[in-house]
Design a protein around this ligand. Structure first.
Ligand SMILES: [Fe+2]
Length: 140
């Protein structure tokens, strides 16, 4: 099952939303590479792309929170760090396998896709709302 950007994932912040679309694309690229071939090198490469983009996106989101003085920054960053760790574990798992196994794919679904859906709907949406409120107050 691929990840999908449904309307319920929209936070209302253009930067965050467009990066989430890209992130979902990268997750699906990984799943497709696992499906298409059992080639470990290809899977490692697409996982590397996902890791790089995750880092880029998390840094952008964390910087945004610092810029707007978001009070939940530390908790939010801790969530990002957990995810960074999960991706690292996926990397180790893949390195130990001959090629991407069904267990690896299952783990991507549980630890990446499910995590992201929950994170976006709670943590990211609250950042977007805080930014919006802050800007509305400034306009008053
Ligand atoms: Fe986030």
């Amino acid at each position: 099952m691929y990840a999908e950007f449904h309307d319920n994932l929209i936070t209302g912040n253009e930067m965050i939303d467009s990066q989430h679309r890209e992130l979902i694309q990268k997750i699906n690229d990984l799943l497709k590479s696992c499906e298409k071939s059992n080639d470990k090198a290809v899977a490692v490469k697409t996982l590397d792309f996902l890791m790089d983009y995750t880092e880029y996106h998390f840094n952008a989101e964390e910087q945004l929170q610092k810029d707007i003085g978001y009070p939940g920054y530390a908790k939010h960053k801790a969530q990002h760090d957990l995810f960074r760790q999960s991706i690292g574990e996926l990397h180790e798992m893949l390195e130990e396998e001959e090629g991407p196994s069904p267990a690896f794919v299952k783990r991507v679904q549980d630890k990446v896709i499910e995590w992201l859906y929950v994170h976006i709907q709670g943590f990211d949406r609250s950042v977007a709302e805080y930014k919006f409120m802050r800007e509305s107050n400034e306009r008053l």
